[in-house]
Design a protein around this ligand. Structure first.
Ligand code: ATP
Ligand code: MG
Length: 192
């Protein structure tokens, strides 16, 4: 089993490249952002709480996210691999993911650190905002999300550097070229 963490700032292309990974490797995909948006659309209690954080460009609390993912992971049994998209987003989440996977006899095989400069991120998110209908794809929230990423999420890179599984991916260029780098990193990762 190959567990892949796809990591990067908001707008770095995690969702787009996850779709390419699924098509090629048939891995199971867990996007915490997508799961939360589904909860919001369904009007659940978790959705209501999550919306107030998301619209402020803040992170949903570690406890809610970790519990949510621990439950979702039950459906990953027997998968060839799993893509974690948008998770972990804090150092504590990275530690919790390791515990959750170790408990199931596995671990993260590779962490893809997709690198995109800030002006490009803002452009992409503003463009996406015109069609996505996402309440957080507007200038004010985008600025807050990038700040949250820089302050709370970048420490996750250190976690995986220490683990020895972090691979830097240049996230600017054609989608196909970026995916070629990603495929190479996944193919080189050790099966666990
Ligand atoms: P991308 O465009 O690269 O897919 P994104 O940052 O635009 O990334 P999502 O990953 O969909 O979007 O997340 C949207 C929001 O959901 C975040 O801004 C945050 O409020 C909340 N969220 C998602 N994952 C987590 C998490 N692991 N921990 C805390 N909050 C989260
Ligand atoms: Mg996404």
């Amino acid at each position: 089993m190959k567990n892949v963490v796809i990591f990067g700032a908001p707008g770095s292309g995690k969702g787009t490249q996850s779709e390419n990974i699924i098509a090629k490797y048939n891995f199971k995909h867990f996007s915490t952002g997508d799961i939360l948006r589904k909860q919001i659309a369904e009007g659940t209690e978790l959705g209501k709480i999550a919306k107030s954080f998301i619209d402020e460009g803040k992170l949903v609390t570690d406890e809610l996210i970790i519990n949510m993912l621990d439950k979702e992971l039950e459906s990953a049994k027997g998968a060839n691999g799993v893509i974690f998209d948008g998770f972990p987003r804090t150092y504590a989440q990275a530690e919790a993911l390791k515990v959750m996977l170790n408990k199931r006899g596995t671990d993260v095989a590779v962490m893809l650190n997709i690198q995109v400069d800030e002006p490009e991120l803002v452009n992409r998110l503003l463009e996406r905002g015109k069609v996505s209908g996402r309440s957080d794809d507007n200038m004010e929230t985008i600025t807050k999300r990038i700040k949250t990423y820089n302050e709370q999420t970048t420490p996750v890179i250190d976690f995986y550097k220490k683990e020895g599984t972090c691979v830097d991916i240049k996230g600017v260029g054609s989608i196909d070229d970026i995916f070629a780098s990603i495929s190479k990193a996944i193919d080189s990762a050790k099966e666990l």
